[in-house]
Design a protein around this ligand. Structure first.
Ligand code: 2HG
Ligand code: ZN
Length: 461
């Protein structure tokens, strides 16, 4: 462990200033403000200070100083999380990792790259593309979301059906323990069964057991030829049948996203996007295929088999593909422009999606008649984003109702966004007492005093 200036007399602020430099310890309320509220504006709190180290060694020293001072720490990346897991609650130190933005040279032989936790997803994607490789996780917040946050939350996104979630791309991590020790598993060995898979354990741990500072990522071959099709359909059942058919016919399918008439209306109202069809339709299914050869003909042939296709728009060049994607990706921003939503992120067995959607509005109306739901998501993964507008964001009954419906139908209360602070009260719907006891034991082994992200994943002690 590196010697630190923690035992200096100046208290925590002075000690941290000596570690990272004065300008990277923010105590002024105006400077702290952007770190104290999440993207949704639903979760906010106050931070004792914000500290911005530049590398792993400084993260180690910062954590050691906080440990010695008994200070709780909330780790923050790009602050694009949607469940309040990266913002302070009650005067914690915010440890912002955006300066850890080092990109190593791509290892083309292994098809891997090592990157700092603070590198944005878009930069990793561009860096891989420059070596004719591809980092296969993708999501709308790509310009701000950081790799560290994506690993901490096991981010999903739009290409899970082909490549898996972030976990499937993490070959190693470096992380710092609550008392400042550095844990390094960065060899990138594809086969390595020598003991517990610590990188796997840290993936999805939401900053509660250690602070991820670097990662070794898997890259895949870059597929140059892409086609996007937006299908207009009559019902979710037809969308699911269509998806099954295309999935079977086309191994090149890499995204299958769903949205509905009310969500598209909101997008058209709140953004500069233009309507894809002359008339509105009940359900929209957006498909993207990517291959070494142009998959357009193959997709057209697969779609010829689809009965009940009300309309279709196809994008073959980058611009027309982006226009179709915008209709789906702008949902989050359009909803946020209309109010502060209650965001639920559920997954369901495919056979239960119809029942969930059929019952959702009744469940919501029975609890809060003024609320309305906008649903969209990753149909290929059975993952629906349920956004409730027009309700008090602090109304926990609505969450209880919708998450209760989800678990009754055999689904998950968090498909990809994590538990954060938002879903702690509902975790018992999903994990039984034995699960919870094992998870708590792991938490205690890493963080005996509960100082890493208190109130996230587990209730406050
Ligand atoms: C997406 O799929 C994100 O675009 C955000 O997971 C979902 O805004 C949401 O509810
Ligand atoms: Zn999503």
């Amino acid at each position: 462990m590196t010697a630190t200036p923690c035992d200096a007399d100046q208290g925590l602020v002075g000690a941290l200033e000596r570690v990272v430099g004065e300008s990277f310890v923010l105590t002024d309320p105006d400077l702290r403000a952007p770190y104290e509220v999440d993207w949704t504006r639903r979760f906010h709190g106050s931070a004792r200070l914000v500290v911005r180290p530049k590398d792993t060694d400084q993260v180690g020293q910062v954590l050691r100083c906080c440990h010695e001072a008994g200070a709780a720490v909330v780790t923050q990346g790009g602050n694009t999380g949607l469940v309040g897991g990266g913002v302070p609650d009650r005067g914690e130190v915010v440890l912002s990792l955006t300066r850890l933005d080092d990109l190593q040279e791509v290892d083309t032989l292994a098809g891997q790259v090592s990157v700092g936790a603070g590198v944005t997803l878009a930069r990793v994607q561009e860096h891989a593309a420059a070596s004719d490789l591809h980092f296969p996780v993708d999501l709308a917040a790509r310009d701000s979301a950081t790799i560290g946050g994506m690993i901490a939350t096991n981010a999903g996104g739009i290409r899970v059906l082909r490549y898996g979630s972030t976990r499937a791309q993490v070959l190693g991590v470096e992380a710092v323990t609550v008392d400042g020790r550095v844990l390094t598993r960065m060899d990138g060995l594809v086969k390595d069964n020598a003991g517990y898979d610590l990188a796997g354990l840290l993936t999805g741990s939401e900053g509660t057991i250690a602070v991820i500072t670097r990662a070794r990522l898997r890259l895949v071959p870059r597929l140059q030829h892409r086609v996007v099709a937006l299908l207009a359909l009559d019902s979710i059942e037809v969308a699911q049948k269509t998806l099954r058919r295309v999935r079977t016919a086309m191994p090149s399918l890499e995204a299958a996203e769903v949205f509905f008439a009310d969500g598209l209306d909101l997008v058209l109202e709140q953004t500069s996007a233009t309507a894809p069809f002359a008339a509105p339709h009940p359900v929209y299914l957006l498909l993207e295929c990517a291959a070494r050869e142009d998959p357009t003909e193959e997709l057209a042939a697969a779609l010829e088999e689809v009965e009940d296709l009300l309309d279709v728009a196809v994008g073959t060049d980058a611009e027309s593909r982006a226009r179709l994607w915008e209709l789906r990706e702008a949902h989050t921003a359009a909803i946020s422009a209309a109010g502060v939503p209650i965001k639920l992120d559920v997954s369901l067995p495919p056979a239960r999606i119809g029942a969930f959607l059929a019952r959702l509005d009744d469940v919501v109306a029975a609890i809060e008649p003024a609320a309305r739901s906008i649903v969209f998501g990753h149909l290929g993964d059975g993952n629906l984003h349920v956004n409730l507008l027009g309700a008090d964001p602090a109304d926990y009954n609505l969450e209880a109702g919708v998450l209760g419906l989800t678990t009754q139908l055999g689904g998950s209360i968090s498909a990809e966004h994590g538990i954060g602070r938002a879903k702690v009260a509902w975790l018992h719907l999903q994990r039984d007492p034995t699960d919870m006891a094992v998870m708590s034991a792991i938490k205690r082994a890493f963080d005996p005093d509960g100082r890493l992200n208190p109130g996230v994943l587990f209730p406050r002690r």
